[in-house]
Ligand binder design. Structure first.
Ligand code: EPU
Length: 335
């Protein structure tokens, strides 16, 4: 445990905040120990993986638990599938790379998503037509009120678009320790997402490695690397509208970008398109701005505090509501 630790290097938006107590857990045993301590002290901490999906509204955090546990192991395998268990502190992209090297397929579309494995089920990470929930068999967590270990099944995780039980009933209650994934040993790829299909246009029957490389190329082209430009990925969720709302919007904006959600004619609108169309892409107020190549990503130009980021986000939300009658929701966790 350390005191008064500056969290700027621990969040990819590089927002300044001080943790009064900063505790690092490097193994499952240490996580259990931390959970016991939390339950005894009745403390509700900030649980930090790689800090790639959060915004500090506050400049002071009382207690912060930094998850650094490592390990990937095979639980069981047969000819066609394998089940692995990954410790929460493993860097997500290393898991993607490692599994592909082993000949375990499925995660290629999720390459290069920043963050740790323990954070991945919280917001059910997704990209290029694939979501984490397609692979999760179970998630292990410690209840910070009782210090007990629990395993949740896939259903128990209540996954939905960029959400799970860890953002709802178990918000601030669970210390995620490990994630179990079932992957395929048979190379089957998903290239249905338009941008991915276009990137692979010259490749006949792409294999999972080629799909991963294509995803990496698109991400590197469109999304800023947090190591170079501070950001937290998509800042807003893609909003869902019903059939009538969509018909009204399409009439006024025939070029609007939307995807069917499979629910009674509902559509998911590309928030990036809404922001782009409203003129936010590339806008900067000197401290905070919208990325030049992806309007959905807010970037910190270096001197911003969380308030600066959130007030620009609120201006954008208001402008999108006024223009389209649609309310954008902030995607990262606001602390
Ligand atoms: N578009 C614009 N202007 C822009 C960017 C995009 O008009 O500045 C339009 C494009 O026409 C494109 C559409 O918006 O067809 C969708 O853009 P993109 O394919 O880049 O995906 P997205 O919906 O903006 C989502 C995820 C990303 C994920 C990509 C790829 C959310 C909130 N975001 O973005 O996830 O990488 O799809 O699958 O669902 C993240 O969550 O942090 C994240 C980066």
């Amino acid at each position: 445990m350390q005191s008064n630790v500056d969290l700027t290097p621990f969040n990819t938006l590089a927002l300044p905040a001080i943790a009064e107590r900063f505790i690092e857990a490097q193994s499952d045993d240490e996580l259990q120990e931390v959970a016991s301590w939390l339950s005894q002290e009745a403390v509700v901490p900030l649980i930090l993986g790689e800090g790639s999906n959060l915004v500090f509204r506050s400049r002071q955090v009382a207690d912060c638990i930094h998850i650094r546990s490592h390990g990937i192991r095979v639980l069981q395998e047969c000819e066609r599938t394998v089940e692995i268990e990954v410790a929460a502190g493993e860097h997500w992209n290393s898991v993607v790379e490692h599994t592909l090297q082993q000949g375990y397929y499925g995660l290629e579309n999720l390459a290069l998503i920043p963050g740790s494995t323990g954070a991945s089920p919280v917001q059910n990470i997704g990209a290029y037509g694939v979501e984490l929930s397609q692979f999760v068999t179970a998630v292990k967590y410690y209840d910070i009120e009782t210090a007990r270990a629990h395993w949740l099944s896939n259903d128990g995780c209540e996954f939905s678009y960029r959400s799970s039980i860890f953002k709802k009933a178990l918000k601030q209650k669970a210390l995620i320790a490990a994630v179990r994934l079932r992957l395929s040993k048979v190379p089957r790829v998903n290239t249905a997402y338009r941008a991915l299909r276009e990137e692979l246009a010259g490749t006949d029957s792409p294999n999972p490695f080629q799909v991963k490389e294509a995803v990496v190329r698109i991400r590197q082209r469109k999304l800023p690397d947090p190591a170079e430009i501070a950001n937290a990925g998509s800042f807003f969720k893609n909003p869902e509208v019903n059939e009538e709302e969509f018909a009204r919007l399409e009439k006024e904006y025939p070029e609007i970008v939307a995807f069917p959600t499979g629910q009674h004619g509902n559509r998911k609108l590309a928030a990036a398109w809404l922001l782009d169309n409203a003129g936010w892409k590339g806008f900067s107020n000197g401290k905070v701005g919208f990325h030049n190549d992806q309007a959905l990503v807010l970037v910190n130009h270096g001197a911003a505090f969380g308030d600066d980021v959130l007030s620009l986000a609120e201006q954008a939300i208001a402008s999108i509501q006024a223009r389209f009658g649609v309310v954008l929701e902030i995607e990262p966790a606001v602390i």
